[in-house]
Design a protein around this ligand. Structure first.
Ligand code: HEM
Ligand code: HEM
Length: 181
């Protein structure tokens, strides 16, 4: 029988879904922009959007980690020990990547000597000096960090679907933004 389970604090729930939207939008724009015609206006627009949304995702991830540390998590649902350990490791890694991925983008942008205007409103500082050698390394790192996060999210989604459709233990409801617990 599904049993009522305590939910995540409201701030954790809202930040989870807002984070999902931001990361998916940033990633889709990123995947599209790299194939656009060099020097074209749409490409410039997409790069600007990607970087501004990405920096916003970084701020949100930092806030999320702070809120997560400052609040109490609900007790995990009953599951074999290896699954609890796997879930814990996946969550930790996703948090780490949510910080490392946009930071690697910001570093990449810095060593490439590119400006970083946040939605055209104000300039964010460079995190490192211009360095053509590091540029390639950071470009590769940014792409690899992205695909690692994508693989973890796929695993995460598979685990949530397993709970929702096979175990029917109400796991998803613990994280839904609104509604009763
Ligand atoms: C959660 C945030 C982010 C995600 C999910 C993300 C994802 C991506 C993806 C999927 C690509 C395309 C990779 C490829 O196929 O070559 C990309 C490229 C890029 N990203 Fe990000 N990114 C994020 C944050 C940032 C930030 C904050 C910046 C800079 C401030 C940034 C700068 C770049 C740049 C400059 C490229 C293009 C690299 C090239 O032209 O080869 N990204 N990103
Ligand atoms: C694709 C749709 C997604 C669904 C349906 C989903 C669902 C969930 C659910 C139900 C939980 C709570 C698990 C529990 O109560 O123990 C959770 C936790 C979590 N999710 Fe997602 N999620 C999704 C996407 C994402 C994405 C894209 C990310 C990050 C990039 C993410 C990161 C996390 C993290 C880090 C936690 C752990 C919370 C903690 O322990 O602090 N999720 N997710």
């Amino acid at each position: 029988m599904p049993r009522a389970s305590p939910r995540w604090p409201a701030a954790v729930r809202w930040l989870h879904w807002l984070g999902l939207l931001l990361v998916v939008a940033t990633a889709m724009i990123g995947l599209l922009m790299v194939d656009m015609e060099r020097g074209s206006d749409p490409r410039r627009l997409f790069y600007g959007l990607h970087k501004s949304l990405g920096v916003t995702a970084l701020a949100l991830a930092a806030l999320r980690v702070a809120v997560r540390l400052a609040t109490r998590a609900p007790a995990p649902l009953a599951a074999p020990a290896w699954q609890l350990r796997a879930a814990h490791a996946t969550h930790l890694l996703m948090y780490a990547l949510l910080l490392a991925l946009p930071l690697s983008g910001w570093l990449l942008n810095s060593v490439a000597g590119q400006p970083l205007p946040w939605f055209g409103l104000f300039q964010l500082p460079a995190l490192a000096a211009r360095d053509p050698d590091l540029r390639q390394v950071l470009d590769t790192a940014h792409v690899w960090l992205f695909w690692t996060l994508a693989a973890l999210v796929a695993l995460h989604l598979a685990a949530v679907l397993h709970h929702q459709l096979l175990r029917r233990d109400g796991l998803l409801r613990r994280m839904l933004p609104a509604g009763r617990g």
